[in-house]
Design a protein around this ligand. Structure first.
Ligand code: GDP
Ligand code: MG
Length: 183
């Protein structure tokens, strides 16, 4: 396709800017998942998010004639940042809960995150992401447990991802974007 033929946002019937919050314990890979999705990169060294990160993914949904700009807000997971978080949830169209399959506590804390988020927003679609599947040898939380939790908390879908290996990341966000548009 030549540059001239390339469709831009203006060529779509509908245009949406959708805010999505990515939440979960510190270190589970929220920033990595978002960076992988939006910038296509992964970094091994850990840089703690202070407050929040913000990234944008342009997602043309050709079959729906809809152009979506996903604004991904990745919020600091450390407990001592809890006072800054509520405003970041406001206005979100959907939520992504992330845990690390090698750290059980990050899995057990998901319902606590959900409670925190739902104090600010409710009735929005959300998915559960089990990240770091490339670390299969260090796995502590099974797929079955993840699926059960997803069902128990009423998540629209459960995805197993690896930001490192770029597994299932596009699929997760695409699913969520389509879920939001269904509403
Ligand atoms: P956040 O605190 O939730 O934002 O977590 P980060 O994205 O900063 O990631 C924490 C650490 O886990 C970093 O060292 C990342 O390189 C690493 N990490 C994130 N995602 C993955 C993954 O899918 N696989 C592996 N092996 N490491 C990951
Ligand atoms: Mg981070």
């Amino acid at each position: 396709m030549s540059k001239k033929d390339k469709k831009t946002a203006a060529d779509y019937k509908q245009n949406f800017v959708l805010k999505v919050c990515v939440v979960g314990d510190g270190g589970v890979g929220k920033t990595s998942v978002v960076m992988r999705y939006c910038d296509g990169v992964f970094r091994e060294n850990y840089i703690m998010t202070i407050g929040s990160n913000f990234a944008v993914k342009n997602l043309p949904l050709t079959s729906l004639e809809t152009y979506v700009k996903l604004q991904l807000w990745d919020i600091a997971g450390q407990k001592h940042f809890s006072f800054v978080r509520p405003p970041f949830y406001r206005g979100a169209s959907a939520v992504v809960y992330v845990y690390d399959i090698t750290r059980r506590e990050s899995f057990s804390n998901i319902p606590i995150w959900k409670t925190e988020v739902e104090r600010e927003i409710s009735g929005k679609p959300f998915i559960l992401i089990a990240n770091k599947t490339d670390l299969a040898d260090e796995r502590i939380v099974s797929k079955k447990e993840g699926e059960n939790l997803a069902q128990q908390i009423g998540a629209h879908m459960y995805f197993e991802t690896s930001a490192k290996d770029y597994q299932n990341i596009d699929e997760a966000f695409l699913f969520l974007a389509e879920k939001i548009l269904e509403k």
